[in-house]
Design a protein around this ligand. Sequence first.
Ligand code: NAI
Ligand code: MG
Length: 505
Amino acid sequence: MTAHPSPRRHAYWTDAAREVRLETRAFINGDYANAADGQVFDCVNPATGEILGHVAACGQADVDRAVAAARNSFEAGRWSRCDPAIRRGALLRLADLVEEHRDELAVLETLDTGKLIRDSATLDIPGSAAVFRFFGEACDKLLDEAVPVGSGALATITREPVGVVGAVVPWNFPLKMASWKCAPALAAGNSVILKPAEQSPLSALFLAGLAAEAGIPPGVFNVLPGFGPEVGAPIGLHPGIDCVGFTGSTEIGKRFLSYSSQSNMKRIWLECGGKSAFIVFPDARDLNAAAQAAAAGIFFNQGEVCSATSRLFVHEDIRADFTTLLLEAAKAYSPGNPLDLASGMGAMVSEEQTGRVLSYIDKGRNEAELLCGGTRVLTDTGGCFIAPTIFTNVDSRSVIATEEIFGPVLSVLSFREEAEVVQMANASQYGLGASVWTQNLDRAVRMSRALHVGSVSVNAVDNVDLRTPFGGVKQSGNGRDLSLHAFEKYLDLKTTWISIQEAAA
Ligand code: NAI
Ligand code: MG
């Protein structure tokens, strides 16, 4: 691993942002290319409103070209049928290159999305490198199976790459979500077409060049920037694509299921929205630690996190004390210039998302009591900043307690009984994560069993690790990213029977 100095000065990042090189073209069959029809779209820095550049707006013709390149490379077998140790080598080199270019990638991520440079440089970019390294390391250690079927035959179960995989990803963790889909798909031997979100294409386009440098053959990794209807839908509907991994809204996730049913029954793996619960019992050991975690659970990354714990359930006995601690903890998330290491929160990703969040805040004002925030701030910057916002006395059936807001807006609810809080927490169309605070071991296990979600963190919030699966149930989706289980989405099982003549003829 390459050691990086950890630059602590605001000036370092301001200079890096001024000097950073933008790659704005699509990447198809091993080369950067303009969209077939030459269209471009504006890439905007949401912290200033400035236009960073003009990025290729791909369309059907580009999707067709990328699918043809991906299919040819898959059939040629240089990647799909090679010794997996070769794929391992290339993916480890890619991980190293991502780390070597950490600062450039971090700057691109921050300029493109408004997220804090502190997080891009220490979490998003190193985290993405680690994902390529994990799946690269693992891919030559997966063994197939031979089945005991008696001496008259040999039966084997082998795993084969599904073929051409589409990866359609959102803007909240652009490079990280790309790595969560592409690393296992590539490691398994597939050819991949990545579609970054229109709000955040820059890090994916930079990654494409690094993938080529790392030795991933032409056609195996393609990147098509552009809009949902023009690039996402053609990927969903394409007869030449065998599988799609998607992260984004539940609404668009459902569309992918219908694209599949209208076309070739391609496998669809979905990671969609959430409305995760953070539940504090009176026997939690350290209420201050719980309050800090509750603030992080909703204000980290401006609340633009699918597993954000946006519903806080506090036991009535500790509600007043906990609210005081929470308001104190929220002060650490005061928004500011994302390139400034002292800022507590960055900018929202776009004007559109800012408007969506503010309209939920307006609904909340009629449904509940506003404790802090509730306004757009730093308007003189031209950027999209929202103050950390907390509502209390929220009814569990109200709009702000049921719909995914995807911004720094927390709903505080209260409860008396364990069964009651389980019922309220589970009364959601979503089921991504949950956080439970208690020192009672029986209760912790009962709660973990009763909550209908993909992950539960006890006395912690939103634990995520390369080695453990991440994903949801209900309308949070069906896929699991990360961990060795992620391979299963991008591999098909093949059964082969060979009859054996026992005595040599
Ligand atoms: P979205 O679901 O529209 O976008 C996600 C991806 O899908 C992007 O790459 C987008 O270009 C693509 N897409 C959009 N429309 C499409 C279509 N008709 N066919 C195929 N692909 C399409 O998310 P959006 O509009 O940016 O955000 C809306 C809401 O979605 C947010 O407020 C939030 O609630 C939720 N969301 C959830 C995310 C998660 O991590 N679970 C990430 C981003 C958004
Ligand atoms: Mg959209």
